[in-house]
Design a protein around this ligand. Structure first.
Ligand code: IVH
Length: 683
């Protein structure tokens, strides 16, 4: 094979993998394999620079630092769309009425394509004979900026279209930053003490208008196509929905949340359903867009004042609002962490009234320069807790007050400590601190821990404040009369709580370990510890080396567990719970550890199994003592693969891990379950 042929082959293959990974979200080869192909191409191109073309995957991050962006005249202007912020049904109904009126439609319903309104930056991609030749921002609609270099770093944007050699095809869409990428970037920046990005929308805009493409490449963006600009040499599909299908076939990313519907009522219905799932989407949206589906009708409808009459944006409540900071208070968490919380002038944002927003830690307050009295931007997106994302310094009043982290805990007066390499300040009071005690009790009683129904924050607050509970064992000494004497507590509820306490006295080992609230020990680690050690005394006795034998337990977790059981107070609490309180930890289920057929084995499930749900497979494996992990490693004993299994299956093959299909799994499950049932593995 000639060098030219090999280069062409490598480029095609790499772009196919890019597409699989970034557009279809289903990687087909392991990263290492991709890197190998990429390096081979880089080497060949270095040896034959005359063969480098702009559509080569190596050219995505090859740009130079720019002085500025060249202007780009849009062949077809980039318009904006009319926005309806009205209540749910009337926004859709108004639009539908305008369309019907303009088209003079009497009976019957209009067909619409419903889409999401992505919250990013509008981009025009220009493909000539299938090759990406230019990318531009919207600018004023007539003239935008040439941002080709930065757009090339967006891996989901094909540099060459598939099955498309149309003379000119301008594709319009939105560049955005996914929430996961936004959070990851900010977490990393925060850990390094560097400035964070304000919101995904600004992040996208800032990244695209970045002069150094190497910096752009560090901030991963994504793209969704939603329309066209100039087109030459292509007969357009007759509907907008068919156009999106066609763009998808060219390899462009098109959002799968889209629907063809008839009439105004269905538009309102779409709006409502999308509003309900807004929090779960992996990216920010600020509304939905309705478009008349028929292109012929679109042409008929035309434009008014630079807005198409055939499309409308129907917005959702904003996820960011301005408000003022009344005060900054300190909240003390279960592990003593002190979190500064902004007390806000209540404001309606992201669908609820917000009056508190986290400021994370002292460093974050310094970086954002938040003062009491400031006007701030509050953000509540997804189900994330509300956050202060920035300050409007020009609105700072003269009497604004800077924040000072107190030297002593505002709840218990113990001194506040902050390790040199840690961002968080902590109260050193431990369970002497009422705030930590309240949180520890709430955690202990929680649904995933001891599951003591009815023991909520209001009640715990009262119990601690009235000195009825000093530590966990006191819970089990509460009686009905004491409880019933509390404010807002009826005799019946008092009875229920005593019953719930009684019912909680036989926890599994895993729940009990989790309930203790050991730092760095979440539910999964608690399960792992229980499974590995089988009994509480074994966990208590383990040294850090033994603890690190547990799969997924590293030095930090091992140290936390070890330290916890060396603390006299903790040992006393446990002895008291198991002694005078009468708790009996169900060790036989836990010490399944030594006795169940899959004890110590790690399974990974991937793809869709033909008959069994993933949850079912998982719980049956776990009931047999296996650990079901999310990723494949050398420690994995077996991978169970169903249809469309992706990178995990590849990884399993690469590491020579055993792979089963559902039939084989079922055969084994049945056998093991029978043997356990017969008591073969029981004590
Ligand atoms: S269509 C002629 N569809 O919203 C119609 N726009 O004012 C052109 N946007 O900044 C726009 N999602 O970037 C359309 N599914 C979608 C959209 C969308 C977001 C943005 C667009 C522009 C603004 C429209």
């Amino acid at each position: 094979m000639s060098v030219v042929q090999r280069i062409t082959q490598l480029r095609a293959e790499l772009e196919r993998h890019n597409q699989a990974y970034y557009v279809l979200d289903a990687p087909r080869i392991p990263d290492a394999e991709y890197d190998k192909l990429f390096r081979e191409l880089q080497t060949l191109e270095a040896q034959h620079p005359q063969l480098i073309t702009p559509d080569s995957p190596t050219q995505r991050i090859a740009g130079k630092v720019l002085d500025g962006f060249a202007p780009v005249q849009h062949a077809v202007p980039m318009l904006s769309i009319h926005t309806e912020t009205d209540t749910e049904s009337s926004g859709a109904a108004n639009f539908d009425a305008r369309v019907k009126n303009a088209l003079d439609v009497q009976g019957g319903e209009i067909e619409y394509n419903c889409e999401l309104k992505f919250d990013g930056l509008a981009i025009n991609l220009r493909y000539e004979r299938g090759i990406l030749v230019q990318a531009a921002t919207r600018g004023d609609g007539e003239t935008g900026e040439d941002v080709t270099q930065n757009i090339r770093t967006i891996k989901s944007i094909p540099l060459r279209l598939q099955n498309c050699d149309v003379d000119v095809l301008e594709v319009r869409g939105e560049a955005y930053m996914a929430r996961k990428d936004f959070n990851q970037y900010n977490d990393r920046q925060r850990a390094l003490g560097l400035p964070t990005l304000v919101n995904p929308r600004n992040a996208a805009a800032g990244t695209i208008r970045q002069l150094d493409p190497a910096l752009s490449a560090k901030r991963p963006l994504s793209f969704f196509a939603y329309g066209l600009g100039e087109v030459k040499g292509w007969t357009l599909p007759v509907t907008h929905s068919a156009l999106l299908d066609a763009l998808q076939l060219f390899g462009l990313p098109v959002c799968q949340v889209r629907e063809v519907v008839q009439g105004a009522a269905s538009l309102a219905d779409f709006h409502q359903r999308v509003a309900a799932m807004r929090d779960e989407l992996p990216f920010d949206i600020d509304g939905v867009v309705y478009k008349v589906n028929s292109r012929a009708m679109q042409l008929d409808l035309g434009f008014v004042s630079r807005e198409p009459r055939w499309a409308v944006a129907h917005k959702f409540p904003a996820e960011e609002q301005l408000t003022t900071v009344r005060d900054i208070e300190i909240q003390v968490g279960r592990t003593g962490k002190l979190t500064p919380v902004a007390k806000l002038e209540p404001v309606f944002v992201g669908g609820t009234t917000v009056s508190n927003a986290t400021l994370h830690n002292e460093g974050e307050i310094r970086r954002k320069d938040v003062h009491v009295g400031d006007t701030v931007i509050v953000r509540r997106a997804g189900d994330v807790i509300p956050e202060v994302v920035g300050v409007l310094p020009e609105r700072r009043p003269a009497n604004a007050r800077a924040f000072v982290m107190p030297a002593t805990c505002p709840v218990c007066g113990s001194h506040v400590v902050r390790a040199e390499d840690e961002a968080d300040a902590r109260c050193s009071g431990g369970l002497f601190c009422a705030a930590q005690r309240k949180q520890a009790i709430l955690h202990f009683a929680g649904r995933r821990a001891m599951d003591i129904e009815g023991l909520g924050d209001k009640l715990v607050e009262q119990l601690v404040d009235e000195n009825l509970i000093h530590s966990l064992p006191d819970l089990y000494r509460l009686d009905r009369t004491t409880l019933a004497a509390l404010e807002r507590m009826a005799d019946k509820s008092a009875h229920n709580i005593v019953a719930a306490l009684e019912k909680s006295k036989r926890p599994t080992l895993a729940r009990f370990i989790f309930a203790l609230g050991i730092r760095n020990v979440g539910e999964t680690t608690a399960k792992d510890l229980a499974r590995f050690f089988g009994s509480l005394s074994n966990v208590q006795a383990a040294d850090t080396a033994a603890l690190q034998q547990v799969p997924d337990v590293g030095p930090i977790v091992a140290q936390s567990v070890f330290d916890f059981f060396r603390e006299t107070h903790n040992v006393e609490v446990i002895a008291d719970l198991l002694g005078s309180c009468g708790l009996v930890v169900q060790e036989s289920a836990g010490s399944s550890a030594q006795v169940l057929p899959l004890t110590g084995k790690t399974y990974v499930l991937t793809g869709t199994l033909p008959n069994m749900s993933r949850d079912e497979a998982k719980s049956r494996l776990e009931a047999l003592g296996a650990k079901v992990a999310g990723s494949v490693s050398k420690k994995t004993d077996c991978v169970v693969a169903g249809a469309e299994a992706g990178s995990k299956l590849d990884k399993a093959r690469e590491l020579n891990v055993r792979v089963w299909d559902e039939a084989v799994l079922l055969q084994h499950l049945n056998e093991w379950e029978r043997s356990v049932f017969k008591g073969e593995y029981e004590n």
